[in-house]
Ligand binder design. Structure first.
Ligand code: NAP
Length: 310
């Protein structure tokens, strides 16, 4: 029987907000099922909340206007606490996925290429950063939908944190080509540089086009095996789809990493056009499963977790 004892090891989620996260429930259920002596807790940590100034004696760590100072002292403090408490590691969510990188000792190849970390493993005072979002996405496609990314041509909408993790992992896992569509705004040039870096490091050509170029989008989708929406468009009450219905074809697998709502307009339209479809809920499950293995060396009992929470 699983119970907390004096030797129970801590694993946690750091970020803000964390109160709606499913990760504690998921991981604690898996530890219990396997009888592993770990506990997973969530801690609200954000830059400036508990700054260097705060550690030096200030009451709140906030400046006089009530705005958090722009330093990252709280991030370093939280990571030092992981070492001090000999925690096994942590997950990271917004806004810490990039902010933690200067404080880590090592990075996995995927974390280095994507410039983001969602999982840290602690070993004898050394912290190694990994990103499992991309691996979770690809595992979900393979294990739940029997779709193997190897050799496939991809069109990806968006170039934010989740998109970059997916692009990197897909390129490392043998995707034939990846065409990214992103708004032509102030971060466009950075996405072009990111695509060049991934292309130079892997055997996969990653190209970028403006989201506004509908003709390029049409041709890219026509030549693709997989279309992935990794933007926020379609989330919550946002009922829009970035893809005209006429762009879908029967050989296209359409995935939306959004899972709320369960079926976005993009997925509704794609299903109506005869495409195979998947939403983002199993990406969430398998990114957790990949982190679980990094910490424990064991496979997460995904069927148990799935039955309880998905
Ligand atoms: P992010 O870093 O903020 O990136 C958001 C992306 O969406 C950016 O590329 C942004 O474009 C694009 N975008 C936003 N509004 C747009 C619009 N009106 N038109 C075109 N593009 C637009 O966020 P993220 O962390 O990558 O998350 C993106 C989505 O994935 C969210 O819905 C999130 O809930 C979901 N997600 C799911 C999982 C899962 O496990 N299933 C994991 C992580 C994230 P610009 O680059 O042009 O600003």
């Amino acid at each position: 029987m699983y119970s907390i004892s004096a030797t129970t090891k801590l694993i946690c989620l750091l970020g803000s907000p964390v109160d709606h996260s499913i990760s504690p429930a998921m991981h604690n259920a898996a530890f219990a099922a396997l009888g592993l002596n770990y506990v997973y807790l969530a801690f609200d940590v954000r830059p400036g909340r508990f700054s260097d100034a705060a550690t030096a004696g200030s009451q709140t760590g906030e400046d006089e206007g009530g705005k958090p100072p722009a330093d990252f002292g709280s991030v370093q403090t939280a990571l030092n606490a992981l070492k001090l408490f000999d925690a096994r590691g942590c997950n990271l969510t917004m806004p810490l996925k990039k902010a933690v990188i200067p404080y880590l000792d090592e990075l996995s190849e995927a974390a280095r290429l994507s410039g983001a970390v969602n999982t840290i493993v602690h070993e004898n005072g050394r912290l190694t950063g990994h990103t499992t979002d991309g691996a979770g996405y690809i595992d979900a496609l393979k294990k739940e939908d029997n779709f193997d990314i190897n050799g496939k041509r991809l069109t990806i909408l968006g170039a934010g944190g989740a998109a970059e993790s997916i692009i990197v992992q897909a390129a490392l896992d043998g995707a034939a080509s990846i065409h990214v569509f992103k708004r032509k705004n102030s971060t466009y040039a950075a996405t072009v540089n990111f695509a060049k870096k991934v292309t130079d490091t892997t055997n996969c050509a990653v190209t970028v086009s403006p989201m506004e170029d509908r003709n390029a989008l049409k041709h890219s989708i026509a030549a693709s095996d997989l279309l992935c929406n990794a933007t926020n468009v379609g989330m919550g009450d946002d009922k829009r789809s970035l893809v005209p219905k006429s762009f879908f074809h029967r050989n296209l697998f359409v995935s939306d990493i959004i899972y709320h709502p369960e079926e976005t307009t993009l997925l509704k339209d794609a299903k109506a056009a005869g495409c195979r479809c998947a939403n983002g809920k199993y990406m969430l499950l398998y990114q957790g499963a990949a982190a679980f293995t990094l910490w424990t060396g064991q496979n997460m009992p995904v069927d148990i977790v799935k039955e309880k929470y998905f």
